[in-house]
Design a protein around this ligand. Structure first.
Ligand code: FES
Length: 312
């Protein structure tokens, strides 16, 4: 069997491993309870950990800290073990192991915050990923303690074991992102339609409500509000929820699955878990029809045609 085949079988086994479901719910309850205890700070805290402020999931950016620090420690330990290190090599290794431990704790907080919305196979893979990361963290914490007590050989061994576990866990993390799409952008970013295209009758619009329509087979949401019509993408960037089933809250479009809120002018998430903006469309009303055109760039202002202008 090829390496690829072996990895596929291993991943498939984790995805189908239902024994992980019960502890998965326990962990999810623990995450929910933690945020519940944060009270009114829960939402901003979750947005911070998701990376809404960054416009990108924070977790994959943060994991580079422990992986990079521990890789450096592995090299320094290798030099030390081979007798090629200098007088400060041991201390340098201890420092980078400590940096990695701190980075791993921060990464775990962002990872659990993202994971709480995963389902089925992704949920199981995420839990296995978390279990391996916790094992690696424990090994490095042990290694750090041994380094402080002068047990260099044992510290190097537990560090090397921790790095092997980290590699296995990174592979599962990659499967979570690239196979299950956790943290990737699920919005439709097609540049079409480039010309104004009719998508609905003006009479289909309902004041203050999200109306789901399609353009060239892609879902879109129309919102008529205070005499204007706005159009945004109909798939939530977080996990692809149908935003045509969403609703408005204080003028923002709310995702029906996990509550992301989007500004209708910029498409930007005002609240996570989505970290990516919605695609926006220019709109105009012609002969009783609503027409849309993909906005050239998400930062360009929307050309919103008001109902009054159209009827003049
Ligand atoms: S799919 Fe999760 S917030 Fe929309």
């Amino acid at each position: 069997m090829t390496v690829h085949g072996l990895l596929e079988r291993a991943l498939g086994a984790v995805e189908r491993w239902q024994v992980l479901d019960a502890p998965g719910y326990q962990v999810e309850h623990g995450v929910s309870l933690t945020f519940l205890l944060a009270g009114r700070y829960a939402r901003p805290l979750q947005d911070l950990l998701h990376g809404v402020w960054l416009g990108h999931p924070l977790h994959p950016a943060l994991v580079t800290v422990p992986v990079g620090a521990w890789a450096a420690a592995l090299v320094l330990d290798g030099l030390d073990a081979a007798g090629r290190g200098g007088p400060g090599t041991g201390q340098a290794a201890r420092t980078v192991v400590g940096i990695g431990v701190a980075g791993a704790v921060a990464s775990a907080a962002t990872g659990f915050t993202d994971w709480q919305h995963a389902h089925d196979g992704a949920r199981r893979v995420g839990l296995a990923h978390a279990a391996l990361n916790s094992t690696a963290l424990a090994l490095y914490a042990w290694s750090l303690r041994d380094r402080g007590r002068g047990r260099a050989r044992r510290a190097r061994l537990s560090g090397a074991a921790g790095f092997a576990v980290t590699l296995a866990s990174s592979w599962l993390g990659g499967a979570l992102a690239y196979r299950h799409g956790l943290g990737t952008d699920h919005a439709d970013r097609s540049p079409e339609p480039r010309r104004f295209t009719a998508v609905a009758d003006e009479s289909d619009l309902v004041e203050g409500e999200a109306v789901g329509v399609e353009v060239d087979g892609r879902p879109l949401v129309l919102v008529a509000q205070a005499g204007t019509v706005r159009a945004v993408g109909g798939r939530c960037p977080h996990l692809g929820a149908p935003l045509g089933e969403g609703w408005l809250h204080r003028g923002e479009l709310v995702c029906p699955w996990h509550g992301s809120r989007f500004d209708l002018d910029s498409g930007e998430p005002a609240q996570g878990p989505s970290t990516a903006p919605l695609p926006c469309y220019d709109t105009r009303l012609r002969d009783g029809r609503v027409e849309v055109r993909r906005r050239a760039h998400w930062r360009t202002p929307t050309a919103v045609t008001t109902v009054e202008e159209a009827s003049r």
